[in-house]
Write a new protein. Structure first.
Length: 210
């Protein structure tokens, strides 16, 4: 009986955790779906297409610069996504826009990594493992957390359109929303610093301009 009761409590605890974090799980799903779509989009295109080659070469050249410039460029490349997530959360249609931003960011990573693998083989894989993936993991966490907060605040705004529902405290919620987004910005900065460090340490082992 004790074992049965314990199993029941464990199942209940798991279900409660899923229910409490359903928006976070949904954002993870959107990001991963976008990543897979990005890989599939690349595979359906000509791998020698000039667009992918030019984008990857530009990325490589920026990472091959000095440490401060690599960090700055990495951070600036992430700012449009951070801004898009924040602004999407401040409108009622954010429930549609926020998952789209998460998916687009995932797709961007998917296409870059797919190009590196299909164009440079083992060297491309090592390049991704050493330079792209460490910072990408941190950036993905930042995107997912920011999207969760944006989705939550957007849904709070949407409740204003339904007079029969309990009205949220928008002013207080917005202050909290801004504070949480500023906290998430630390992850974006950390991601940029990590990419700068990894580039400074290992970029000399790669030559993609030849």
């Amino acid at each position: 009986m004790k074992n049965t009761s314990s199993k029941t409590k464990n199942k209940t605890s798991i279900l409660e955790t899923i229910n409490q974090n359903n928006s976070l799980i949904f954002m993870v799903f959107c990001f991963l779906l976008g990543f897979l779509v990005g890989v599939l989009i690349f595979k359906t295109q000509n791998i020698s297409a000039g667009y992918y080659s030019a984008e990857f070469t530009q990325l490589y050249n920026k990472l091959n610069s000095s440490f401060p410039l690599a960090v700055l460029d990495s951070f600036l490349s992430q700012l449009p996504y951070a801004a898009a997530i924040f602004l999407s959360g401040t409108c009622m249609v954010g429930a549609i826009l926020v998952p789209a931003v998460a998916a687009i960011r995932g797709a961007a990573y998917g296409m870059v990594m797919a190009y590196a693998y299909f164009s440079y083989g083992l060297m491309g894989i090592v390049f991704c493992l050493l330079i792209i993936i460490p910072s990408a993991v941190i950036a993905a966490i930042a995107v997912i957390l920011a999207c969760r907060e944006a989705l939550g605040f957007s849904l709070s705004l949407a409740r204003l359109a339904f007079p029969e529902t309990k009205k949220p405290r928008i002013e207080q919620d917005f202050k909290l929303y801004c504070m949480r987004q500023l906290f998430v910005l630390i992850f974006f900065v950390t991601s940029a610093v990590v990419q700068g460090l990894m580039s400074a340490s290992f970029i000399s082992f790669f030559d993609f301009n030849g």
